[in-house]
Design a protein around this ligand. Structure first.
Ligand code: MCA
Ligand code: AMP
Length: 489
């Protein structure tokens, strides 16, 4: 990717870097952080985050991307768990007090090379070259209970997954990717920033997703679009009465959706209006990309996540632990995968890591069927306590714990309910603490509490008060009964 130094690499709004400028900025930063055991990165949707990530990769230093909106409790957990030696942030970014104890290095995204500097690869800090199994990134992901776990992603997994999707999507250096995804998860940062760089192509990041931004960038040379289903839903909603958007989507080479299922009506609306199909791919923080509909697939495949990517082995396993051998589009099993795309474990969590594997097969927790030609269709999830909202994975347990920390809450249960925009929305069921009149917390107060403690995207979109939570004889909360109550209300 360093062989065409004058080519555009990254553009965020008005700010852009060529490959040469990126090599200079990231090379200079890499030289400063080389030898650090681990660094945190204040992962705003900016050029600085891209430069910081490339620098850490060049230096062979594992990087922990931090959601800049992470609340106090979640941030404290991630810092205690990952113990970064220093934090990388854009100059001028105000960091929360929890990061105050760390050495800070400002990312200078616009370091310009001396005019005489030779072109070619950026300087690599002295020291042994990190091997393929060396950790590249630690990305935090929610489980059903407790705080998020850090998935340790080795260098080879990132390389393997990016090359595998390039094969499925015929992704080349001529492509210009457009997206407005956040940069602290696999989708936006690894596939969406490192992906184009590995191909020698370009990224145009929108800063934040907007229909207008997508229209503008696709009309101005963008060839590919990445998004979560909520973004495609918003595009589908805007199509009527927006001929510029229709034209922009129709002109794109490839529209890719992932992180959650794209509902059929949105597939249909987009294809009907633009003549373009949206290609779905299926991935996970721990596994990076597993399957995708291939661009050369002659059949339209709405509702399918396609076939296993090169290098990914995939099997379905039934409740009794037996492999599902039927390719009948009906027999359901849990998706298990193995391959070089996998993470190497959860940081500091050997038991959780062991529980996630069946031998060398990773248990995804996603339930699926396989069609006669091997294509995979996801039909559900094993854990009802995992909620996918706006493409973010959210554990019911972590929100319940945060709610229980509020003095006005005696009991709390959290469920996901279908939502046309977010896929699922977080609903909190709360039994208020015994308190005098007027002391009962308002829904807004509880919502703000969760946003402040965890992250804004984990906040309940609805709070429902009850006198008691339905429990079975063992005292366990019956979430299905809550669901039935919602359906009947
Ligand atoms: C509202 N806000 C609040 C509150 N209410 N903030 C604090 N307290 C409150 N009470 C703010 C929010 O911070 C936000 O600010 C704004 O109001 C709107 O927030 P929200 O409603 O959450 O935004 P949205 O419009 O619902 O977001 C939809 C979205 C977003 C843009 C689609 O969900 C999104 O970016 N999703 C992407 C998820 C993703 O990348 N997943 C990848 C992980 P502000 O507007 O300033 O931000 S999955 C993965 O990586 C695997 C490998 C895979 O397969 O891809
Ligand atoms: P995360 O842990 O945030 O990486 O989310 C991974 C989960 O997102 C997977 O286990 C799936 O449940 C879900 N997911 C990702 N891509 C798709 C897709 N194309 N269709 C359905 N679910 C998906």
């Amino acid at each position: 990717m360093w062989t065409s130094p004058g080519r555009p690499a990254l553009r965020f709004g008005e700010r852009a870097l060529t490959y040469r400028q990126l090599a200079d900025a990231a090379g200079a930063l890499a030289a400063r952080i080389g030898g650090a055991p681990r660094v945190a990165l204040w992962a705003t949707p900016t050029l600085e985050t891209a430069v910081g990530t490339v620098a850490a990769l060049l230096a062979g230093v594992p990087v922990v991307p931090l959601n800049p909106k992470t609340g106090e409790r979640e941030l404290a957990h991630i810092l205690a768990d990952s113990a970064p030696a220093l934090v990388l942030a854009a100059a001028g970014d105000e960091l929360p007090a929890a990061l105050g104890a760390l050495e800070r290095i400002d990312i200078n995204a616009t370091a310009t090379a001396a005019a005489t500097a030779p072109t070619g690869p950026p300087p690599v800090p002295a020291g042994p070259e990190p091997g393929p199994t060396a950790p590249a990134m630690i990305v935090y992901t929610s489980g059903t209970t407790g705080p998020p776990k850090g998935a340790v992603l080795p260098r080879r997994a990132i390389a393997a997954s990016l090359d595998a999707v390039a094969d499925a999507w015929e992704w080349t250096g001529d492509d210009v990717l457009v997206h407005g995804l956040p940069l602290f998860h696999v989708h936006g940062l690894i596939i969406g920033v490192l992906g184009p760089l590995r191909r020698g192509g370009a990224l145009r990041h929108l800063g934040r997703f907007s229909v207008d931004g997508v229209t503008r960038e696709l009309a101005d040379g963008g060839t590919m679009l990445f998004g979560v289903p909520t973004m495609y839903h918003r595009l589908a909603e805007a199509l009527d009465g927006d001929p510029a958007l229709v034209k922009a989507l129709a002109g794109a080479r490839l529209l890719v959706s992932g992180s959650a299922a794209l509902p059929l009506p949105d597939h249909t609306r987009i294809t009907t209006a633009t003549g373009r199909r949206v290609v779905e791919r299926y991935g996970m923080t721990e596994t990076l990309m597993n399957t995708s509909v291939r661009v050369d697939d002659p059949r339209p495949r709405p509702g399918s996540v396609g076939v296993p990517l090169p290098g990914v082995e995939l099997r379905l396993v039934d409740d009794a632990g037996a492999e599902v051998t039927a390719y009948d589009g009906e027999t359901i099993g849990e998706i298990q995968v193995r391959g070089t795309n996998l993470f190497s474990g959860y940081l500091n969590r050997p038991e959780a890591t062991a529980a996630a594997f069946d031998g060398d097969w990773f248990r995804t927790g996603d339930m699926a069927v396989r069609e006669a030609d091997g294509a995979v269709r996801i039909v559900g999830r094993k854990a009802t306590d995992l909620i996918k909202s706006g493409g973010y994975k959210i554990g019911a347990g972590e929100i319940e714990n945060a709610l229980l920390d509020h003095p006005g809450v005696r009991e709390a249960a959290v469920t996901g309910e279908p939502d046309p925009d977010l896929g699922e929305r977080v609903v909190a069921w709360v039994v208020p603490a015994d308190a005098g009149p007027g002391a009962r917390p308002t829904p807004e107060e509880l919502t703000a509490h969760v946003a402040r403690q965890l992250s804004p995207h984990k906040r309940p979109r609805e709070v429902r008060f009850l006198d008691a939570l339905p429990r079975n004889d063992m005292g366990k909360i019956m979430k299905r009964a809550l669901g039935a109550r919602a359906a009947g209300s």
